[in-house]
Design a binder for this molecule. Sequence first.
Ligand code: SF4
Length: 334
Amino acid sequence: MPERKKRVFSGMQPSGEAHLGNYLGALRQWVEMQEDHDCVWCIVDDHAITAGGDPRELPKNVFDLAVSFLAVGLDPEKSIIFVQSDVHQHTELAWLFNAVTPVGELERMTQYKDKSQRFESVPAGIFNYPILQAADILLYLTDAVPVGEDQRQHLELTREIARKWNAAYGDLFPEPEAIIGKAGRILGLDGDAKMSKSLGNTVGVLAEPEEVWARVRTAVTDPQRVRRDDPGRPEVCNVYALHGFFTDEPTRDDIAARCRAGEIGCVDCKKILSAGISDAFAPFRERAEHFRNHPEEVRRILDDGAEKARAIASETMGRVRHLMGLEWREALDS
Ligand code: SF4
């Protein structure tokens, strides 16, 4: 009998088109995983509401992220691709997980501490966010979750919720393991913070070459390099780190040697990077154009994905409700 593929789940918040950081840190790996995993990829709009924002923009942001998913190569024939709010079981299970989640653990979450600083009165959604994440993951009896370092703590909590729930109600949920991406921490073009659209330190995966260049040309380089013939230090330069994803090894070695010798200017170096990014993303732009011109196809893919997700989710919830004593009619009849 063929071995059962490991099920993986991951989600991404819809804030429009995916960007370079999303691609290098997650989507690239998701595309690869489709070949040998049972994949469930979710656009987490229920999570997005905790960030506030204009609700009139949310549907378009969901659509744009779906187009990005499909453009970079997530394939509905190989993966389940859907929108979180289309599967109400996520929020239902999150509520039920409140029964076993210690408040102290939620208070310990680094992301909660960071995010809550931005509010005078902290919304409960910010506090409960990791419970909904646990529900997202465990609803599909997920074996493994591709995560960045910054999500590791939340996954640990998910594992703890699974343990506590299983101990209280019965052995149902696996403790999903973390699959840490190979890309490591990817800094934004400012060379300082994690890539993020709100910080404006990244570039969209569907950006045209001119736009890619407009963003890459602003990238921070070795701060000690002032003039073109100053010797540079590729090992501390974020532009050089990004070359690692888009430039072949001989060219990278050549850049490093010429940088150290003060024989290549940063503008020329960035032009090579910008061209590499634009070339790598060319097939994405082409596929995105197709999907933007056929929104009905995107809608059908998300509808199909939601239907498949609901089938798994409702089976899990049937077992959860039974084990938690929430099927009172059936219990009284038996
Ligand atoms: Fe960085 Fe390239 Fe400038 Fe060297 S030449 S400092 S690697 S941008």
